[in-house]
Design a protein around this ligand. Sequence first.
Ligand SMILES: *[C@@H]1O[C@H](CO)[C@@H](O)[C@H](O)[C@H]1NC(C)=O
Length: 185
Amino acid sequence: MHFRRFIVFTFFLLVILPNIQGQAASELHDRSFKLLSPFSLALETLQKQLGYTFKNIGLLRRAMTHASFSLDNNKALSILGASVIETSVSLQSLVKDFEISAEDLNRQIVEVSKVETSCAVDGMRLGLHKVIRISSRTNSSAPSVVCGAFRAIFGAIAIDTGKSDDAGKIFWSVHGGQVGGALVF
Ligand SMILES: *[C@@H]1O[C@H](CO)[C@@H](O)[C@H](O)[C@H]1NC(C)=O
C-alpha cells in the first residue's frame, strides 16, 4: 500500500509536475511574445484610443489588414463599417431634427462619408497608417487605405458586439460629433 502511494507520488513528481510547469512556462512565453509584437502593441494602443476593448481581438487584426498584405483582409469589414457610419449619421440626424429635409440628411451622410476630408482625416488622427499591415509596395498613408481601415474598425466592433449601434457610438466618440457642427454627444 505504502509502496504504491510512493510510486504514484514519484510519478507525479517526475512526469506530471514538469508538464504543468512546462505549460505555465509556455503560456507565459506566448503572452510575452504577444506583448513584444509591435502589431499587437499597436492594437492595444488603438483600443485605448477607441475606448473599446475587443472580445475577439482577431476582428481588429483583420480590420488592420490591407488587401495587399493578405487574402484575409479588411475589405468586407470596411463595407459593413461604411454602412454602420451612414446608419448612425441618419439615426442621429433624425433624432435631433425629425423634420430634417431629405437633401440635408443626404448632405450630412455625404459629408461624413467623404474619403479625403472625413474618414481619412479621422483615420490619420488615430495613426492607422502606422498600424495597418500592408505590402511594402503600397502607400499606407493613401486616403483610400486609411479610410478603408477606419471604416473596417466599425464593422469589426459591430460584429464583436453583435450590434451596429454600439459601433455607431464609438464612431461618434472618435469622429467628435463634427458633422455640420450639429451633433454633440
Ligand atoms: C503616400 O500618400 C500620401 C497621401 O496621399 C502622400 O502625401 C505621400 O506623398 C505618399 N507617399 C509616397 C511615397 O508616394
